[in-house]
Design a protein around this ligand. Structure first.
Ligand code: ZN
Length: 332
């Protein structure tokens, strides 16, 4: 082999290695598009629907999606958290390709679907990234968008705040990823349509353990002073009404997401002497529930409340196994 031949082969090898890196560089690496801690201060309510038919399944073949849902929903635990302000951030560097900033907050819940026709995303931003990638951010708060068409943004840069604009019933960020104009699931890029596993995560490596799939999660849990409704949990007032020694009732409550048909639940409250003072049991669910609340309470006894530690336990059981549990404590 001549010297020229050797150089030629070395060059060919370099090109091949380069091609390998190039293919990898084409896969976008995403930062979290919202300033919260998944599983602690926000929760993934829905993933991308990977089922091409009229039914729906997420990338784990689970129930955390609905038909034709084209993104990931990062849900805040309550309106109180949303009102306090949670930043939406660019998941990668790029340029603002499309934008809408004129949608009011809460129009869907007030006026129904017609009010948000053609504007389901509400106040939204689309960022164009290198290599034909795009990310889209929906339901931003009215008046919160911080960028303009054509602006360059960096990874992690705040672009607005989570709101209630467009087709949304609860505060969340809807986040869509597209490559070459096609929606992809950032949790399972390239997954085969019929598969329940595989595909590649597009999230930055440091994020992947934080974004691990949770079949069920507890969105809210606490003690309050009276009967609980979904509205009182959603607007944050159930959590604010903490019982004291003079309260006329002590009520433990929980709201969970991702419950499945067949899940049985119970919530038990004990007084400082370990006596069960309230208990609610829910029969196995007939259908999957995107969200479900349970509460158990006790009116103040004639002699007043025993001082000390009140404990409540919430358990979801399935086939005799505990699949979700939360322990709560209140000091009086
Ligand atoms: Zn969504």
């Amino acid at each position: 082999m001549s010297c020229a031949g050797l150089i030629h082969w070395a060059f060919a090898a370099l090109v091949l290695v380069g091609a390998g890196f190039h293919a990898d560089a084409q896969r976008i690496q995403l930062a979290l598009p919202i300033a919260c801690e998944p599983g602690h201060t926000c929760y993934i309510q829905n993933y991308t629907d990977l089922d091409p038919s009229r039914s729906a399944r997420d990338y784990k073949c689970g129930t955390l999606t609905y038909d034709e849902h084209n993104g990931t929903d990062f849900r805040l635990p309550s309106l109180a958290v949303q009102k306090a302000g949670v930043e939406v951030r660019a998941a990668a560097g790029g340029r603002i390709l499309r934008i809408r900033i004129d949608a009011p907050d809460g129009s869907f819940t007030k006026s129904g679907r017609e009010a948000v026709r053609e504007a389901e995303c509400g106040n939204g931003v689309v960022i164009e990234h290198a290599e034909q990638w795009e990310t889209q951010y929906c339901h931003l708060a009215a008046g919160s968008v911080l960028v303009k068409l054509g602006d360059k943004v960096e990874l992690g840069q705040p672009i607005g705040r989570v709101g209630l604009s467009g087709l949304t019933e609860y505060p969340h960020l809807h986040f869509t990823v597209r490559h070459n104009g096609v929606v992809v699931d950032p949790f399972a890029y390239g997954v085969r349509p019929e598969s329940c596993q595989g595909g590649q995560s597009l999230w930055l490596t440091a994020l992947r353990s934080k974004l691990e799939y949770q079949e069920r999660a507890i969105l809210n849990a606490g003690f309050t002073t009276g009967p609980v409704t979904m509205e009182l949990i959603e607007d944050g007032s159930a959590e604010r009404q903490m019982p004291s020694a003079s309260s006329i009732a002590i009520v433990a409550f929980v709201r969970a997401i991702g419950l499945k048909a067949g899940d049985a639940q119970w919530l038990v409250m004990k007084d400082p002497l370990e006596n069960v003072i309230a208990e609610t049991r829910s029969a196995p669910l007939q259908a999957n529930k995107a969200q479900f609340m349970l509460f158990a309470g006790k009116k103040r006894p004639p002699g007043g409340w025993e001082r000390g530690s009140y404990k409540a336990t919430y358990v979801v059981e399935r086939d005799g196994q505990v699949v979700l549990r939360k322990d709560l404590e209140l000091m009086l």
